[in-house]
Ligand binder design. Sequence first.
Ligand code: SER
Length: 597
Amino acid sequence: MLAKDLREKFIRFFEKKGHKIVPSSSLIPDDKTVLLTSAGMQQFIPYLSGEKDVLADYNSRHLASVQKCFRTDDIDEVGDDTHHTFFEMLGNWSIGEDSKDGYFKEGAIKLALDFFINEIGLDKDRFWITIFKGGDKIPKDQESFNLWQKYGISSDRIKEFGSKDNFWGPTAKVGPCGPCSEIHYDRGEEYGCKDPLCGPNCVKCKRFVELWNLVFMEYMLTDDGSYIKLPQRNVDTGIGFERLLALLNNKDSAYETDLFIPIIKELESISKGRCQDNKKNFRIIADHIRGAVFLTADGVFPSNVESGYILRRIIRRAVRFGRIINMPYNFLIPLAVKVIENYNKEHPELMRKKTDILTLIQNEEEKFEKTLERGLKEFKSQIKNSKSKLISSKLAFNLYQSYGFPFELTKELAEEEGFKIDEESFKQELKKHQEISRKGAERKFGGIGKEADSYEAVKLHTATHLLHQALRDILGKDIRQMGSDITSERLRFDFSYPQKMTEEQIKKVEDIVNQKIKEGLKVDKKEMPFKEALDWGALAFFKEKYPQNVSVYSIGSFSKEVCAGPHVERTSELGDFKIIKEESSSKGVRRIRAVLK
Ligand code: SER
């Protein structure tokens, strides 16, 4: 079965069963306390917790989706048969069962069995079920046990597990959660181990595949660690799409399905057959490039913080695994093109953002290819002379700072050589250096710097904020400030954008800025915690270097930016704005020079 047919079958089935099909949400979740979307339920949290009314927004209690997800917990295991960073999750929800049309445990179990058995033809006699055995605060889920039996699963194939396996959520520190019940599939004795206790969740073999997680969400974990009952009961389910697809195709792994075959074939062709034995490296690279394409498509930009760091890590990790098997330089781009082609039907955003995706990935790849080899040499020479089997935090920091090695990469290298590495001391080293550079960085990027502290420069500084917002309006929200330099004569503004601006675009940007100057908008300053500033929608350029509390300058309702100032009081003070040059600054980065007359 092809990937697209399985997605289609799932969606049609749940549509037929009265579910509203909701498009996948972005990999960047609304909930700013988590970095990336890791489950289908994330976009529905306000409805699951009862904070928002699902009927008002979706006109249905029953929802289903195919959700883009990203998890890094098992990144070290990517390359085996079953682990991925990016994956898709098929899910259905019943939100608020206490109305006449909602469903809870029984409805969820019936739907799951119906889909698996009647719709895609799985063999019921191979199903094994797990249920929650109860814990300190939450009782055993006997009701699910009884229901599975009622629908034909014999009691010896229903196993009990604790919270680690059968209590799900929340995704953040607080949030909706509950006991869960899973359907596992027995692939047959030939996949099994000899352990007499072998069964679902066996860690010694791959005989049992966990296919569908049904969460019965009736609790909320609160700040103080207690579970309170939600105002309503919900069902939240999730199927690992990759796993199910592999199983339906009688394959051990999704890497052997049409989700990955074109990418792996491209890898084989780029490597000119030199490295056919490197199945694992191929898989790691294929997984990471797929993840990188989806992250960049959703607006993640490689950086040293938060989701940007995750993106940087997987791109650089792919480059390193490529290096090990002598892939040529710039090998990621043709792979990224394959991912876009392969997923474009279901995810049209990939084709729309193709130029941006390719530019970002290529820049990051090239940047790292330049330093990787030298960094590896440095690493090797240092460990050769090392008497202890410990990587010093200085070396780890040097590799990070001078050669762009994410800490996790150095850790992998260390482990491969039988060395240990202490993450805590690395973090301390990093913090020390960040603190030293913080003030300088704030002056350089967050404000205009003392040397240019004239009224002319202050005006140009406010004009820079107007320019930044106008560029976003005309070129799209994905442009990012890459640098700014102001003298008393002119402003210079660098931003990420893959091609030359047209004359028309330049004119439009100029017109917007001049219009905002004419409107005489008031410039306001507010102090707030950095996180709040981001939630409020303020633009921030140099995220990692900002202190906890920041000032946000807003210009009317047109622009909001985290900034150290100073600024004029009203835009009418600025005069005429003129762009005098638009040019390339470096690959994927444009530079504008502008003046006020
Ligand atoms: N939220 C649950 C999971 O991610 C079910 O969708 O497994």
